[in-house]
Ligand binder design. Structure first.
Ligand SMILES: Nc1ncnc2c1ncn2[C@@H]1O[C@H](COP(=O)(O)OP(=O)(O)OP(=O)(O)O)[C@@H](O)[C@H]1O
Ligand SMILES: [Mg+2]
Length: 382
């Protein structure tokens, strides 16, 4: 599939569970998620899934973002695999968007072989560290043949052919980071068949095949990631350092609660009034939660607007993913504050699972968008 940057970051070894089951492993800043799938007659069967908070591995409460050593991360991953009864030992692992570089660059319209030579040279302009220290990959963005760009095409026609631009999606990851992930996987006894920047994984599990541009918003703990996907290709990315953790902190401060309590209340009642609290408390909880949310949403609207202006296209559809998308009452607030049609991602709908799990999978689903996407890629490329 176009957005999966096929072939990138493939590791050499490929032995594994042997039973055809594969893993998607998403190590986020606050929690690690795992999904195990198996293919049966072209259908992805959900075998097991699980999540583990990473905070406690760094002496922090549940919901806090932590930077753990590879050894500690591996310890958490081993615990998670045990708890979730994972049996597969191979699959894909995600790389945080914040540790990578993803950009769309304009290059002359040359053939594939020449691109191979040009890209490492061009990449120097975009990457502030020695090119030898990073692993590069790229994907030529197919031209829009829909005719909407006709004015643009006409302008291009008058230029000499050799200078007509082609757009290339460039991706870079620091080699040290890949090394760290190899250590995590190796220590946990998992074979990483590939590493993939989390946004491509989430797109695979959460975005349909339409051609209209869609904005995906990943509401994580330490950051919120936004990316516009058009015809299956990521066209624009944006990161803000506000997320669920800040929401909890603001709530705790304004109600005089410890982080643990604020985190619990946020998850249980979010924006929905509860009889467990007085009218005044309910109001204060809602105001505190909304204050972080509104700031994130205004950033979302800014991205919608700027994409619209830059490409002369309206992004009318927003898909919410990440653990933060499970906030009770989020849909209503999003509909009120976002310009565009809003949907909460349901990545498990791409898998087959027992019917009695349907509600729970829909509810926790947004947080598993990356993990499901990774496992799907492994299944499709096997
Ligand atoms: N039911 C819920 N209601 C509101 N927020 C929730 C709920 N469940 C989880 N969260 C929040 O979602 C965030 C975690 O989401 P997620 O697991 O996607 O983040 P992460 O992957 O660890 O972080 P990042 O993507 O920033 O690295 C936390 O801030 C957590 O409090
Ligand atoms: Mg995440």
């Amino acid at each position: 599939m176009a957005f999966s940057l096929s072939g990138i970051f493939k590791s050499v070894s490929s032995f594994g569970g042997g039973d055809g089951s594969v893993l998607g492993i998403d190590i986020g800043s606050s929690s690690a998620k795992i999904v195990q799938l198996r293919a049966s007659r072209g259908i992805a069967i959900l075998e097991t899934y699980g999540e583990i908070a990473l905070g406690p591995y760094g002496h922090q409460p549940i919901g806090k973002a932590v930077k753990l050593s590879p050894e500690k991360t591996a310890e958490a991953l081993i615990d998670l695999m045990k708890e979730a009864n994972v049996t597969a030992r191979q699959g894909g692992i995600s790389i945080p968007f914040s540790s990578s570089l993803v950009s769309v660059i304009d290059l002359p319209n040359v053939d594939k072989e020449s691109l191979k030579r040009i890209i490492p040279i061009e990449a120097r302009k975009y990457i502030p560290i020695p090119i030898g220290d990073v692993t590069l990959d790229w994907f030529v963005i197919p031209r829009d043949e829909s005719g909407e760009d006709s004015a643009f095409d006409q302008i291009q026609e008058v230029k000499p052919k050799a200078t007509a631009a082609q757009e290339v999606l460039l991706v870079a990851i620091h080699n040290d980071l890949l090394q760290e992930y190899q250590t995590v996987a190796g220590t946990a006894g998992v074979t990483a068949n590939f590493y993939e920047i989390e946004i491509f994984s989430a797109v695979r599990s959460s975005v349909g095949h339409g051609i209209a541009p869609i904005l995906v918003v990943d509401l994580g703990a330490s950051t919120t990631k936004m990316y516009v996907v058009e015809r299956g290709v990521v066209r624009l990315t944006h990161l803000v350092t506000q997320g669920g953790q800040q929401m909890t902190e603001v709530l705790g401060r304004s109600l005089g609660w410890e982080f643990e309590k604020a985190e619990r209340v946020k998850r249980e009642r979010g924006l929905i009034d509860s009889t467990a609290y007085s009218v005044d408390e309910n109001d204060r909880i809602k105001t505190a939660v909304l204050s972080t949310l509104s700031r994130v949403f205004s950033e979302v609207n800014r991205v919608l607007l700027s994409y619209g202006q830059r490409y002369n296209k309206n992004v009318a559809h927003v898909v919410l993913t990440g653990g933060g998308a499970a906030l009770p009452g989020l849909m209503l607030a999003a509909k009120e504050q976002l310009s565009g049609e809003v949907e909460i991602a349901n990545p498990f709908s791409r898998t087959e699972a027992p019917a009695f799990l349907e509600n729970v999978l829909r509810q926790i689903g947004p947080g598993f968008a990356v993990a499901v996407g990774l496992a799907l890629r492994k299944l499709r490329h096997d």
